[in-house]
Design a protein around this ligand. Sequence first.
Ligand code: FES
Length: 134
Amino acid sequence: MGTTVLVLAPGILTSCEKVVIQNVDPEPKGPALPNGLVIDLSISDYAILNNAGGSKVVNGIIIVNTGNNSFSALASACTHQGSQINYSSKSNNLQCPSHGSVFSMTGSVLNGPAITALKSYSVSRSGNILTITE
Ligand code: FES
């Protein structure tokens, strides 16, 4: 889970040596959901999710109504330095206001400086109930 920081000092490496960075965590990052997350769309707090393009952050997860009765759920903390990302309905992606990282709706990094994907969750709907699970 840790990240190795490589510090280069002049004179230690010659021009022929290979630099191998190890232990960079490639796993998408996001909160664990051992019991799932249940959202009742009939509750006023979540009413925005009834509209295409609407989004809401709940327990570190951004839930997005992507239209056509489809929903996405991804970790809401940018994997660069943790700022809360926002959904752009215009671009249909997730954008970080701090340093410009952009993530796809599957969580992959489209633009840095972030290098780690957002964790993506499964969303199912039954009537007014959304159930979000890992
Ligand atoms: S915290 Fe998101 S790009 Fe830096």
